[in-house]
Design a binder for this molecule. Structure first.
Ligand code: NAD
Length: 480
């Protein structure tokens, strides 16, 4: 059984704490490794390494930083199979998804920010009439903390680390304790790519110990966090007295609004994906489906028929559409919502049961589930389930759809299916979300701002937004 170590100052390092946590394989429910539950001392060691490395890294030329990030990207692509297997084993996602989405995207993150930093410019203003010119310095912050969740492990881990490093910061990062494997492997690629020691430090452990220690450490001046809304609120409270800069990417309960005038076949295929990709464990999944009355019954029949054909199976099988959920507690939480739905008067149109995959009966498998709800105000329609469960409801007017879409505490993304341009313009302005997709889903261009409103978070990642977050703006005014 493999014991993972922290990656501190360019070396795989045993935890001072000598506390260990079991790591489970979701596909079979067995423990297959251990990770450190790093203590304050481990985090302090990582912070010291990062602080020592900062003077050099922040003064390293943009060209050299860029070259190192591009090299890491290249190495990830070279190691695609190994990383995809590790991600799939650790998370339960189909290997096909890890191979086509997760790992390629992690490589893209390094490539994108390796290039973006060479184009990152700051402003200058000539103060006419004062004989003065103002210009803005964009300086790296120093040591920053990056904390990421389990659903897209390396994809989201690198989405933070790459811009932080590109901008000249040194990083103390913690992947989710549930999916530590690919972050662990990344350390050796960083060494191979020539990333100087101490620039990136990776500590493993629980949120309440290791994560908390990162948030509390006085040398960490900014925190980029992706995870649950309750955790985000807690981090904001802990960090507030130290005035740390925060970027919080939190939960979602995204509406998928389908109008009768849409391209039906395209909508059906995409809705299948937006509902159940990665076992519905993507913050952007469209978990509330609202369908315009004239096509409601047709959609219900066609959608449920398609969902029933999805193949739940072992993540390593090429034929698997739906793999295992990430953990036993998570499976139990998701299944609890099926019970709640029934108690609230919802109709289970399909799914809702645990699946026993032959030979892997202890794995965390659940049928993809569609629930017709009597009202948009019920709990399954309001609370984030974060699993292969979607709700379904009809609507009659655009206004009704908009009201229901906005009547949740979250505001991450929304999808609209319509060919009516005026409606598209009206609704995309009024929908409360950080991202609106029209006639598509999860089409990502890394230059665009990414983030949520309301309880889905504060701040934006992506493109120059991320580079702005990871730098301090300093205005210099020169009178001549
Ligand atoms: P989580 O909040 O439980 O954990 C996220 C990370 O925070 C983990 O690394 C965890 O160890 C750490 N953590 C937990 N408690 C902490 C503390 N007190 N201090 C510091 N760190 C702490 O979330 P999760 O269950 O891993 O992920 C699922 C959630 O993430 C869902 O709500 C999902 O919507 C959200 N998510 C959001 C986005 C987005 O971009 N908005 C993307 C993916 C996932």
């Amino acid at each position: 059984m493999q014991q993972l170590k922290n990656f501190i100052n360019g070396q795989y390092t045993l935890p001072v704490s000598n506390n260990w946590i079991d790591n489970y394989c979701p596909a079979n429910g067995e423990v297959y490794g251990q990770i450190p539950n790093s203590s304050k001392d481990d985090v302090a060691q990582a912070c010291r390494a990062a602080k020592n490395a900062f003077a050099n890294w922040s003064q390293t030329t943009i060209e050299k930083r860029s070259r190192i990030l591009l090299k890491i990207s290249e190495l990830l692509e070279k190691n695609l199979q190994r990383f995809a297997e590790a991600e799939s084993t650790d998370n339960g996602k189909p290997i096909s998804l890890a191979k086509t989405v997760d790992i390629p995207r992690a490589a893209s993150n390094f490539r994108f920010f390796g290039n973006a930093i060479t184009q990152f410019a700051s402003e200058s203003h000539e103060s006419v009439g004062f004989n003065a010119i103002n210009y803005t310095l964009r300086q790296p912050i120093g040591v920053v903390g990056c904390i990421s969740p389990w659903n897209l492990p390396l994809y989201l881990f690198t989405w933070k680390i790459a811009p932080a490093l590109a901008a000249g910061n040194c990083v103390v990062a913690k992947p989710s304790e549930v999916t530590p494997m690919t972050a662990y492997l990344l350390g050796e690629l960083c060494n191979e790519a020539g990333l100087p020691k101490g620039v990136l430090n990776i500590v493993h452990g629980l949120g309440s110990t290791t994560g908390q220690a990162i948030v509390e450490h006085p040398d960490i001046k900014a925190i980029s966090f992706t995870g649950g809304t309750a955790t985000g609120a807690h981090i904001a409270r802990v960090a507030a007295p130290m005035f740390k800069k925060l970027s919080l990417e939190l939960g979602g309960k995204n509406p998928n609004i389908i109008f009768a005038d849409c391209d039906y076949d395209d909508m059906l295929e995409t809705t299948l994906r937006s509902s159940f990709a990665n076992q519905g464990q993507i913050c952007l999944c469209g978990s509330r489906i609202f369908v315009e009355q004239p096509i409601y019954n047709q959609f219900k029949t066609d959608f449920v028929a398609r969902v029933k054909k999805l193949n739940v199976g072992h993540p390593a099988e090429a034929t698997t559409d739906i793999g295992a959920l990430v953990s036993k507690p998570h499976l139990e939480k998701v299944m609890q919502y099926v019970t709640i739905a029934k108690e609230e008067g919802g109709t289970l149109l399909c799914g809702g049961n645990k699946v026993l995959v032959k030979g892997f009966e202890n794995g965390y498998y659940l049928e993809p589930t569609v629930i017709e709800v009597p009202t948009d105000e019920c709990r399954v329609n309001q609370e984030e389930i974060f699993g292969p469960v979607v709700t379904l409801m009809p609507f009659t007017t655009e206004n009704e759809a908009l009201t229901m879409a906005n009547k949740v505490k979250y505001g991450l993304s929304a999808t609209l299916w319509t060919n009516n341009l005026k409606r598209t313009m009206r609704m995309s302005q009024q929908i409360q979300a950080g991202i609106v997709w029209i006639n598509t889903w999860m089409l990502r261009d890394l230059r665009t701002p990414f983030g949520g409103v309301k309880s889905s978070g504060v701040g934006r990642e992506g493109g120059f937004e991320a580079l702005r977050f990871f730098t301090e703006a300093k205005n210099v005014c020169i009178k001549y």
